[in-house]
Design a binder for this molecule. Structure first.
Ligand code: IYR
Length: 222
């Protein structure tokens, strides 16, 4: 393998300490307004918005720059219907048989159940796949590294980018998710990672009155 050429770092914003403090506060206020919603408006959202957010996700750092993700942005109503049917079948199994009492108890305050109408109502379902390896044009298998870490970072950036455009999201993980490979025709070495449901919140939507941990509860400075 030959080493990459190195080029000067371009576009680095050299902020003063005051500017940094202002940016940190402004961004914190903005990101704190992100809330997961479970009821979506069916208002259409332009494809370019979703594509740009996926490009933002694709700019994430990844192990050896392998970019081990594949995003499928679904807006086709027939495909969304298939995904809803597949997800609800798995969720029925989950709620009726697979979930432990402890897990059901943890979910009870959220009031979730096996019905997932938002999978058809929301204008976009962004299905994230994590890929263990890639195939070179010569048909050679190239292993990916730190796959869950890389895809997690990328998906977090996607959620942030969508929030930045005024879109609400829901991180949805029906389990198992193999049905997504069949519906979306993805190869077996790509593992469905999660579905990011995106759109405007339904009119009058409510969210659970939850709080986030304070700095001292989840972080420290040494
Ligand atoms: N996948 C199920 C259950 C579920 C699990 C967790 I952890 C949540 O935070 C929310 C739901 C569902 O979507 O209903």
């Amino acid at each position: 393998m030959t080493a990459y050429d190195h080029i000067p770092l371009e576009g680095f914003e050299n902020l003063s300490s005051d500017e940094m403090q202002n940016h940190s506060k402004t961004f914190l206020e903005h990101i704190k307004r992100r809330r997961t919603v479970r009821d979506f408006s069916d208002e259409a959202i332009h494809e370019d918005v979703i594509k740009n957010c996926i490009l933002a996700a694709g700019s994430a750092p990844s192990g050896a720059n392998m970019q081990p993700w594949h995003y499928v942005a679904v807006q086709n109503p027939a495909v969304k219907k298939q995904i809803r049917e597949g997800a609800e079948a798995e969720e029925r199994e989950f709620y009726q048989r697979r979930a432990s009492e402890e897990w059901l108890d943890a979910l009870a305050p959220l009031g979730t159940d096996a019905n997932k109408p938002f999978l058809e109502t929301a204008p976009w379902l962004i299905v994230v796949f994590a890929s263990k390896h890639t195939m070179t044009p010569e048909g050679e298998k190239k292993k990916h590294y730190y796959v869950p870490e890389s895809v997690g970072i990328s998906t977090g950036m996607l959620i942030t980018a969508l929030h930045n455009c005024g879109l609400a999201t829901l991180t949805h993980t029906p389990s198992p998710m193999k049905f997504l490979n069949e519906i979306l025709d993805r190869p077996v070495h790509e593992k469905p990672y999660m579905i990011i449901v995106a759109g405007k919140p339904a009119e009058g939507v409510t969210v659970p009155n939850i709080t986030k941990k304070s700095f001292d509860e989840f972080a420290e400075v040494v």
